[in-house]
Design a binder for this molecule. Structure first.
Ligand code: ZN
Ligand code: ZN
Length: 275
């Protein structure tokens, strides 16, 4: 555990980029082999453009996160500084559960608050879900998500190594969740008791309510089961997208996707807001 802590305390950023690239390459090729979806390369190209808008936000807010991490450690501030007498593994499990619950709450908020939903809608407006959808996040949402993560780290007094360790697991889990290849139903029924699986997250991307407002989990599915937001749908029943009136054009160019949060409710483009 000591070696792991040392590694995650000093892991360079490019190790996370390498893990993302590896997971992406692995699952994209599995999809390519099994699903033979049309326009897969052009779809990847469209979604990959969101990396260009995410990078500067991550760069700037990375400084804020570093400041908060150092400040909470120096001042012994936050929830986990009150329970330091547990061993490192227990501390990691508690930190993981805390951050995973916070991600669940954040995701629920993005769906329920009208102004936040307009940013998150860009992720949901993908009608051809695959691993590249993982990258499809409006820079406004990237900003909101990272600010919330910084807040959770501040309130929890989360250690750098525990945060980075979780992010490694989170990256792999998020890419897997968006894979268009579903797991066999039996494997899924066991795995999804604890973890977010592709089958589980596909239901969240179904275009109709109430399914869009279910399965908010990030890495663990337990919060949806505990708080009654868990749902299941067979593969044949799932249609990706949102129940809106966007025409195809609005969904197929990067610049138009970026303007979605700016479109007023009174415009000709109707956005389906959920209760
Ligand atoms: Zn969502
Ligand atoms: Zn998603």
């Amino acid at each position: 555990m000591k070696n792991l802590i040392n590694y995650f305390n000093s892991a360079p950023d490019f190790h996370r980029v390498l893990l993302l690239s590896f997971s992406f390459f692995l699952f994209w090729n599995i999809e390519y082999f099994y699903e033979h979806a049309k326009n897969k390369v052009s779809h990847l190209w469209l979604n990959a453009k969101f990396m260009l808008t995410a990078a500067p936000v991550q760069f700037v807010l990375g400084y804020l996160m570093n400041f908060v991490l150092k400040w909470t450690q120096n001042h012994e501030f936050g929830l986990f500084h009150q329970i330091q007498k547990v061993n490192a593994l227990t501390l990691f499990i508690l930190t993981f559960l805390y951050l995973d619950f916070c991600e669940y709450a954040y995701h629920l908020l993005m769906h329920k608050v009208k102004k936040l939903w307009k940013f998150h809608l860009v992720h949901h407006a993908d009608k051809q879900l695959d691993v590249s959808t993982t990258l499809r996040e409006h820079p406004g949402e990237t900003t909101i998500r990272l600010l919330f993560t910084t807040l959770w780290v501040f309130l929890g007094g989360v250690s750098l190594w525990a945060l980075i360790f979780r992010q490694f697991i989170q990256i792999f889990s998020n890419v897997l969740a968006h894979t268009e290849v579903r797991l066999p139903e039996k494997v899924d029924s066991w795995l999804s008791y604890l973890f977010v699986t592709p089958n589980f997250h596909h239901v969240h991307h179904h275009y109709l309510q109430p399914y869009t407002d279910t399965n908010y989990g990030d890495v663990l599915s337990i919060w949806d089961r505990i708080f009654g937001t868990f749902a299941q749908l067979p593969k044949e029943a799932v249609v990706f997208g949102v129940d809106t009136h966007f025409d195809e054009c609005n969904l197929n160019t990067f610049s138009k996707l970026l303007t979605i949060p700016l479109i007023s409710d009174k415009s000709s483009v109707k956005i389906n807001m959920k209760g």
